[in-house]
Design a protein around this ligand. Structure first.
Ligand code: BTN
Length: 252
């Protein structure tokens, strides 16, 4: 049986990503820091990640690449970390009877509502990723959310069940490790890419988007990933456009 992943549970911390960063030199590879309460959780685009204490999973996994650690990861391939992490969460949801989709680049949605967000912070050394802090927040037992969050949902809202956080995290950390180990070979990466495409939110469907560079509101169909894992969209006139993170907004 696979070795258990070391998980350090803290009662309270500002941000598990920040705590992993502070302790990085003393952490085993693929170990996890989780918090029952996160007082200054950080989200994407400089936003805060707000959750009620003790209700949800807020944790970060530390990954170290290069000699003596995980196989070297070229910086240009860093999107695979998001694939590994989002697919681990999507699989956990599936195991709990929830049909979740991956909203590119790394949110997890159930229909039009967000159940999980990620903040993946990579440190580069030359042309390689030296280390990564994969921070994940999963809405588990919270049923009331602050009004400023547009469309949150939780596992409890969807299933009516209460989730024990510690065993849930053990399972998720295991799924995450399995996927991280797949990054080592071409076959594993191909498997992750195929699974990612098959789980993508809105893939193959016509929906509304805003091009954040030009301001244009348009209808388009997500067809997959383009160069550097950008989001590839076919517009109604048949032309294709690829978007980097922060260049497109989904109109829900
Ligand atoms: C987002 O969708 O904006 C990303 C949210 C990421 C939140 C998680 S909770 C655990 C980890 N620690 C943080 O401070 N942020 C991430």
């Amino acid at each position: 049986m696979a070795r258990e992943i070391p998980i350090i549970w803290l009662d309270s911390v500002d941000s598990t990503n920040t705590e992993v960063y502070r302790r990085a030199d003393r952490l085993d590879n693929m170990s996890v820091i989780a918090a029952r309460d996160q007082t200054a959780g950080r989200g994407q685009r400089g936003n805060s990640w707000l959750v009620d204490p003790g209700t949800n999973l807020t944790f970060s996994m530390y990954l170290r690449f290069g000699e003596g650690h995980l196989p070297p990861l070229p910086a240009e391939d860093q999107f695979v970390l998001g694939e590994a992490a989002t697919l681990a969460v999507a699989r956990l949801m599936e195991e709990e009877g929830i049909d979740a989709r991956i909203k590119w680049p790394n949110d997890i949605y159930v229909r039009n509502r967000k159940i999980c967000g990620m903040l993946i912070e990579n440190s580069l050394e030359g042309r390689y990723v030296r280390s990564s802090i994969v921070g994940i927040g999963v809405n588990c037992n919270q049923t009331d959310f602050p009004p400023q969050l547009a469309n949150p949902v939780s596992m409890k809202i969807l299933t009516g069940r209460h989730f024990e956080l510690e065993p849930l995290l053990c399972r998720l950390a295991e799924l995450l490790r399995e996927n991280v180990l797949k990054l080592s070979d071409v076959e594993g990466r191909r498997e992750l890419r195929e699974a990612f495409l098959s789980k993508m939110y809105r893939i193959g469907q016509l929906h509304d988007y805003t091009d954040l560079v030009t301001g244009e509101v348009f209808k388009g169909t997500i067809v997959g990933l383009g160069k550097d894992s950008r989001l590839k969209v076919r517009k109604e006139d048949g032309s294709y456009k690829e978007f980097a993170f922060k260049e497109i907004s989904y109109i829900l």
